[in-house]
Ligand binder design. Structure first.
Ligand code: FUC
Length: 795
């Protein structure tokens, strides 16, 4: 496929007062940097992902992540009162089902702004200005002409070098002049310039977390002088500025600190940067980045994506221009992938509500890890868009929540881990933090979400389904899932009236009444159970009979419980019920909002799979539900609905949602907004585009016979095109070309050597050596065996 230049380009400077809509972001998972491209002053907002207030602190000796001691007694009472129909009495107890205190919840902090002043640049004399983010190289640049000189400013964030590298040059010797200083530093922080280094360090006043950041400037020609807190470069030919930062945060419960002085980390990194130099660092960065980003390509209707600035692109898109659509949509798709690579790499925390980018010390929702949709959505594109490595921080984060999550399981659910019952169950609720915050929120009516963990288990289970990496699953994923499974098996109770096994109390995010066994909780637990049964059908090399018996006993319990969860029912008006009790005469409708952004009863349409084309009645009820809820909403909710409609196979409707996301919920820099800026919509939108092009959640026969279904929800607007390198469950990389909305060629690369089940009318299969491949056809599905690393061409 021809190279496509995916760029986000502006012909105007950004506005530091409008950070979330005009900046351009780079990141390496650990750190983020956002640029505005100011010609006489460049302000760079800098982030280090572990710089959080909250958690344990000398000033908060009793920190217990909000857990309310013995809250399980109130939970039990609420269960009994709800079962007895004493609704008001149950509600009166809900304040006991919240966290004891919000103190220590904390917030993600902004490290500081780096301010580059260019005294000799007069804005009024600047011409031919362009600033852009080149997604193919993960490279920010800002170039312009001034007084007959062409200036080039570049920056990239390297994962292998764990640094941000900024480079200033121009086409005339001796013209690089600037002063570097810092702004918006943390309270009590120290800034010290000496020689070519500017260091900034301190400990957060809230929790004593130590941080260290430093810039190292290398120049050619001219002079470099440092004052107390700034460095000035005059008359240089070029300047390279290396930046890095670290904290003494560790994800280890309960101290959440490591012993290494962050200064040592910073010194080692900068030494390496200086040794390598900008060119070598860029090559190393590019190789690392392209190995991930370069796996997937997408183009529609033969249109190339190598032109004009993003503001006019968005305007033309809004005006209905077809070419603009065929440029913007693949760009948005790739931007989601770029943002994920830039904000989620092994070694740091997962992408938060703003990825890794944050200009405030009090960001919206503290920039935390919301797990009643947002963190899950951040990783929806990790597997189908071929970026499995970016999910490692998520797996690690969930693992780190197990120890504190056991305390919450004990206090709120009476599920106790002790010597006799090790790793006996962990749980977390709507919001979590790097300091193991797993207790419910400070208000029950958004803070309680027992099924959030079950939902996250679907995310990490997908790692195995898409990559087939058995060792990673056995060692990293399975222990997390097993402990979550132990939790739910002990939590569910029998409800006599409903004749079901239920989670109770339940609250459908974030609206409606408190009920017993709502669809959100019941369906997510069942989705999780089904997956758990699938993976535990395999042997994990259990060491002895005790382990085998334990596993079998857990499986037996889950098999039994799965049958009794009965998550779905259809209301009198033909909608999928969000609340089981919906049709009862005394059902409390006062808190229901018809167009509420959450549509949590459709979890089994997406990301789950229990509602699919083989369950036509439920599918019909789900579609009626989506129509009833409407299309307009906040950014992430539109991205969710895009994925939901894609799962129904309705390409036109999915496209409408994508169009709305891009026109109504996207800033000029292509960040998604809620408002405010929230990155989940970017990730969900990118995943949704992939979901329209390729689905693999439906099975042919047994649980692992995933059917590869290309162009599942293809709209007229994408009548011809090609994609390469999307991923399907079962361990396949899939590419396709199509015309008139019908595939002309499908290429399947097998990773694991599983049988392939491909839904297609095409009738000839060859392998990559040109040999004809025998296959069996069952109706619209072709079935053939594959070998690892071989590619099969269906035409
Ligand atoms: C959930 C949503 C809100 C917001 C917040 C971060 O609680 O309901 O809309 O996205 O997460």
């Amino acid at each position: 496929m021809e190279t496509i230049y995916n760029e986000i380009r502006f012909n105007t400077e950004g506005d530091p007062g409008k950070w979330e809509s005009t900046c351009l972001p780079i990141g390496n998972g650990y750190m983020g940097a956002t640029f505005f491209g100011g010609v006489s002053q460049e302000r760079v907002v800098l982030n280090e992902k572990t710089l959080w207030i909250g958690g344990p602190s000398p000033s908060r000796p009793g920190y217990d992540a909000g857990n309310r001691k013995g809250a399980y007694k109130s939970v039990k009472k609420v269960q009994e009162l709800l079962a007895a129909g004493k609704y008001d009495d149950a509600l009166a107890l809900l304040p006991d089902l919240t966290c004891e205190t919000g103190d220590g919840f904390g917030a993600y902090q902004c490290l500081c702004d780096a301010v580059f002043d260019f005294p000799d640049i007069d804005r009024s004399k600047v011409t031919d200005y362009v600033r852009k983010l080149d997604l193919e190289q993960s490279l920010y640049s800002c170039n312009f002409s001034h007084d007959g000189v062409r200036y080039f400013r570049k920056a990239f964030a390297s994962y292998p070098a764990r640094s941000v590298c900024i480079d200033f040059s121009c086409n005339k010797k001796g013209c690089i002049n600037f002063k570097l200083s810092l702004d918006k530093i943390q309270e009590g922080g120290t800034v010290k310039a000496q020689g070519n280094r500017l260091d900034y360090f301190g400990a957060l006043t809230d929790n004593g977390l130590r941080y260290y950041a430093a810039f190292c400037i290398v120049t050619e020609g001219g002079s470099l002088t440092s004052s107390d807190d700034s460095i000035t470069v005059s008359g240089a030919d070029w300047a390279d500025i290396y930046f890095t930062a670290a904290t003494d945060y560790s994800d280890e419960y309960p101290s959440y600190r490591n012993v290494k002085d962050p200064r040592l980390t910073v010194d080692e990194i900068l030494e390496n940067c200086v040794k390598k130099g900008d060119d070598e660092l860029f090559d190393e960065h590019y190789d690392d980045y392209i190995a991930l980003y370069g796996r997937t390509k997408l183009s529609f209707n033969g249109v190339k994506n190598d032109i004009q600035d993003v503001e006019s692109l968005l305007q033309r898109y809004k005006d209905g221009d077809d070419t603009a659509a065929a440029q913007l949509e693949p760009l948005y798709f790739q931007y989601g992938r770029y943002l994920l690579i830039s904000s989620s790499r092994a070694g740091s925390l997962p992408a938060n509500l703003q990825g890794v980018w944050n200009e405030s010390n009090m960001p919206p929702w503290c920039c935390d890890y919301h797990i009643n949709v947002n963190l899950q959505m951040n990783y929806w594109g990790a597997f189908n868009t071929n970026l499995a490595e970016t999910a490692e921080p998520l797996v690690r984060f969930l693992d780190s929540l197990r120890a504190p999550g056991r305390v919450t399981a004990k206090e709120y659910y009476n599920i106790v881990t002790d010597d006799e019952h090790p790793e006996n169950g962990w749980i977390a609720h709507t919001q979590s933090t790097p300091f193991g915050w797993t207790s419910p929120g400070w208000d029950f009516y958004w803070g309680w979400s027992t099924a959030a963990v079950a939902w996250l288990m679907l995310n990490i289970y997908d790692h195995y389904e898409f990559t087939g990496d058995f060792d990673f699953m056995r060692e990293r994923i399975y222990p997390i899932m097993r402990e979550a499974a132990r939790f739910y098996t002990q939590w569910l109770i029998w409800d006599e009236k409903q004749q079901r096994l239920v989670s109770s109390p339940t609250y459908s995010p974030e609206h409606g009444p408190v009920t017993i066994g709502n669809t959100y909780e019941q369906s997510l637990i069942l989705e999780f159970y089904e997956r758990f049964l699938d993976i535990t059908a395999m042997s994990f090399g259990e060491q002895d009979d005790t382990e085998i018996n334990e596993k079998n006993e857990l499986r037996r319990k889950i098999e039994e419980q799965a049958k009794l969860l009965k998550p779905f029912s259809v209301s009198k008006s033909g909608l999928l019920k969000e609340w089981f009790e919906e049709d009862e005469h005394d059902f409390d409708r006062s808190k229901i909002q018809k167009n509420h952004r959450h549509i949590s009863h459709l979890m089994s349409l997406y990301p789950g799979s229990l509602i699919n084309r083989r369950t036509p009645e439920l599918m019909q009820a789900a579609i009626a539900t989506m129509n009833d809820r409407g299309d307009e909403s906040t950014g992430w909710a539109r991205a969710y609905k895009l994925n939901l409609w894609a799962r129904t196979g309705d390409g036109e409707r999915a496209y409408k949602l994508l169009h709305g996301l891009l026109t109504d919920c996207t800033y000029p820099n292509l960040w998604d907004f809620h408002p405010p800026f929230q990155i989940d919509g970017n990730f969900g939108g990118s995943a949704g585009i992939a979901e329209m092009l390729l689905q693999s959640h439906e099975v042919y026969n047994t649980p692992s016979d995933y059917v590869i279904n290309v162009l599942t929800a293809i709209p007229e607007r994408w009548s011809s095109g090609e994609f390469s390198g999307l991923c399907a469950r079962g361990g396949f990389e899939v590419s396709a070309k199509w015309k008139n909305c019908k595939p002309t060629e499908i290429r399947i690369k097998s990773l694991k050597g599983e049988w392939a089940y491909v839904k297609t009318e095409l009738d000839s299969i060859t392998d990559d050596d040109g040999n004809k491949v025998d296959f069996r056809r069952d109706d619209d599905i072709v079935i053939f065996p594959t070998k690892p690393e071989k590619t099969y061409i269906i035409s």
